[in-house]
Design a binder for this molecule. Structure first.
Ligand SMILES: [Zn+2]
Length: 162
């Protein structure tokens, strides 16, 4: 399968953002981080998100901070579902208790590992309404790893459908 490096437009339906935020907020109220995935279909340069996937996940509070895990069996099930529905993951979205940034753990253990895919970090346990401006957005580049996008790059790349 081709990667997503050529994708220059990603459209996200409001329903996917709403579903994602509802999950992040629910776990956030328990003081925990959550994660969601965006799946859809793409051409060489455009990706259309069709749905949010909330994977079965475990969230922990440890002496090193918060973390979440998604088991390998669940990831396998998701990959089977994606294959059967001819969809690809374009982004993972997870929440932080405070500031939005990619931690070392986020760099090392992403769920989405396709070159050109995105990782969004939502601050403050997703307590505010979803705004791309509030998120830290990273894109996976071949040989460079996860690189944070500027506000201008984010605006150019991602369109939230109303
Ligand atoms: Zn994180």
């Amino acid at each position: 399968m081709k990667g997503l490096s050529g994708v220059i437009n990603i459209s996200v339906p409001k329903s996917a953002a709403v579903e994602t935020m509802a999950h992040l907020r629910t776990v956030g109220k328990q003081g925990l981080e959550g994660v969601a995935l965006w799946a859809g279909k793409h051409t060489a340069d455009s990706f259309t998100v069709e749905c949010a996937i909330i994977p079965r996940q475990k969230a922990f509070r440890s002496e090193h901070g918060l973390l979440y895990t998604v088991g390998s069996e669940e990831l396998h099930q998701i990959n089977v579902w994606l294959y059967e529905n001819r969809m690809t993951l374009v982004a993972q979205i997870h929440s932080h208790p405070g500031a939005a940034y990619h931690s070392d753990t986020d760099d090392l253990y992403p769920i989405v590992t396709t070159v050109g895919a995105l990782s969004l970090v939502v601050p403050d346990f997703a307590s505010a309404p979803f705004e791309l401006d509030n998120c830290a957005v990273y894109r996976l580049f071949s040989g460079r790893g996860w690189v944070e996008l500027s506000a201008t790059e984010i605006k150019r790349l991602i369109r939230l459908e109303v």
